[in-house]
Design a protein around this ligand. Structure first.
Ligand code: TMP
Ligand code: ASP
Length: 238
């Protein structure tokens, strides 16, 4: 596989074209941002930990029969993925109240949300990722009703898989964000699943092992990501 020109560079990842039009290379960088890019930083090995965690979780999900864009790892921080048509919806699954939901609604942090709450945000930096419902998604032409229904089913299945996997590793999964795409007539899981896009809490201490460490200055980000990677990725070299 030959790496060609850059297609897109986001806040934490860069996507490159390859000599195969059906495949892209997604590079996980050490940069990180929060609050719509207002807070910015760099953290050594952060791209490596996120890439390895994402690869592990994509493999886990694929082994459970759900299609993902993951193909293979090209290097420690570069993932080969299927080129998909990204659906501009951020799908958020919440099992325990944390973050923005405790600011917008009267939920107490650490309150269990059972059954899980599923939310859709419009993926748009320009509009600040506002929450949407099915009617807005349909009116904006983001997805069809059938696609929304399939996305909902897939997100809840992925939640069950991830909650069990994390629980076995002494981690809680309060919430996470997923993105889906269209590929060859199917809806497939895309983007990443990492410390940047999930909340991971140590089950014993309740400590954050995710981007909240950076968002809310809770300590050493690299140490937190390293600990998450150590638990999630079998035989990772730290
Ligand atoms: P929130 O509590 O800030 O709304 O975040 C909910 C979850 O979504 C959390 O696990 C972090 C993730 N997330 C992203 O992946 N990207 C984002 O831009 C935001 C705001 C949250
Ligand atoms: N991803 C968003 C940003 O980079 C927000 C966040 O994750 O808190 O600004």
């Amino acid at each position: 596989m030959i790496k060609l020109d850059e297609l897109y560079s986001g806040k934490a990842k860069t996507v490159f074209r390859t000599d195969n039009p059906e495949k892209l290379i997604m590079e996980f960088r050490n940069s990180l941002t929060a609050f719509d890019g207002k807070k910015k930083s760099q953290a050594p090995k952060k791209g490596y930990y996120n890439a390895q965690i994402s690869a592990t979780l994509f493999r886990l999900i694929a082994n459970n029969g759900i299609k993902t864009h993951f193909d293979s790892m090209l290097s420690e921080t570069e993932m080969i993925v299927d080129s998909v048509d990204i659906i501009k919806i951020e799908v958020i699954v919440r099992n325990i109240a944390a973050g923005s939901i405790t600011k917008k609604y009267p939920f107490n942090t650490r309150e269990k949300l059972n059954p899980p709450i599923l939310l859709f945000d419009y993926k748009s930096d320009e509009y600040g990722d506002p929450m949407i419902n099915d009617d807005i998604a349909l009116a904006l032409g983001l997805a069809t009703m059938e696609e929304l229904s399939e996305i909902r089913t897939l997100a809840l299945m992925i939640n069950s898989i991830l909650v069990k996997y994390m629980n076995d590793r002494n981690l809680l999964l309060p919430d996470f964000k997923l993105e889906f795409g269209r590929c060859k007539g199917s809806i497939v899981l895309a983007d990443e699943i990492s410390c940047d896009t999930c909340r991971f809490w140590d089950k014993t201490t309740g400590k954050s092992l995710d981007k909240d460490v950076f968002r809310f200055d809770k300590g050493n980000l690299v140490a937190a990501y390293r600990e998450a990677a150590k638990r999630i990725v079998p035989a990772i070299s730290l």
